[in-house]
Design a protein around this ligand. Sequence first.
Ligand SMILES: C[S@@+](CC[C@H](N)C(=O)[O-])C[C@H]1O[C@@H](n2cnc3c(N)ncnc32)[C@H](O)[C@@H]1O
Length: 359
Amino acid sequence: MAAPLNRSVFRALNPFNTGSSKNIKKLQCVRNFHLKKLNSQKETAQQSSSSQDPEKETHFGFQSVAEEEKEQKVYEVFENVASSYDVMNDAMSVGIHRLWKDAFLEKFSPSPGTKLLDVAGGTGDIAFRFLKHVGTPTSGNVLDDFHMPRDVTAQVYLDPAESTSSSSSSSDEETSHTASQQAKDGNYATQPDAMGNHVTICDINQAMLDVGKQRAKALGYTTGLSWVRGNAECLPLPDSSFDAYTIAFGIRNCTHVQEVLNEAYRLLKPGGRFMCLEFSEVKNPLLRSAYDTYSFQVIPVMGQLIAGDWKSYQYLVESIRQFPNQEDFAAMIKSAGFRMVTFQNLTFGVAAIHSGYKI
Ligand SMILES: C[S@@+](CC[C@H](N)C(=O)[O-])C[C@H]1O[C@@H](n2cnc3c(N)ncnc32)[C@H](O)[C@@H]1O
């Protein structure tokens, strides 16, 4: 069954029909994306259990799981937390994540006309900061900036008229572009604002994107952004097509971090900039001990009290400890081909901003 499906999906999604090597990677991404979607959960479970090769195990927090299982588990985490994601971010970090994201944009300092790909973009925090930074106009009849009260976000998302499930199609067809739409178009829609600014927000999780879209509407962003659902490890987007690539608090959730970095390199134009904001390692032993106590004793409890979800927040703190430290991650960025690789610690290394260029 699998082989004919493979070929027919691949053929159906081949908008070019040229066989040129330039498009092979993109078509493979599209094909893989659709094959995953078409496979039932049962088939996925069977595949996982039949490929229990210990060499192909990875971590999901502190658990060891088959590589094939991780993506689904991470998907479930963000599906569960989507509606409370913004409120929990504020609660867990006492609002500090906003300062980190502001610092990230300061360091990035995009110039007007930048074409950005924000991967694992979730509910749009980085994208909205980018649009504000480069001066994209809003429709005016909106909250005056993206620091709107987070309960508004949750209410908008929970409105029964608007709510969607993870596998549902987008509620905003004008700005949502699935892999198949992109493939049929041979491209993906980009509607830059009047100054040529544009951000493509990509996330694997439709529930997170849906919250982001509602926030964009509430903020009045009608141009300058589009939404793509896809896996950071294999994106159905053309080579060398972005000036900058950002990923904030997303890469540690991916199964193959090096593949995400390689993909970032492929998607950037020569001279393009890679920027990552991620939790990192607190080196000072005293501070680390206090931070560990807070993380393991307080955050899951908050998750339970605020979002009714202990397990997802337990995963969050565990996944942070599994991610490479600043130096090791910088080495991975270099091995993807980036140059001028640097990092800057935030809050004693609780988080770090990583930067590199495709030169
Ligand atoms: C902690 S949230 C970060 C969202 C946003 N960037 C922010 O800073 O608020 C992590 C996001 O990564 C997304 N994600 C996880 N694995 C992914 C993958 N393989 N490809 C793309 N997105 C992924 C999740 O769906 C989630 O929206």
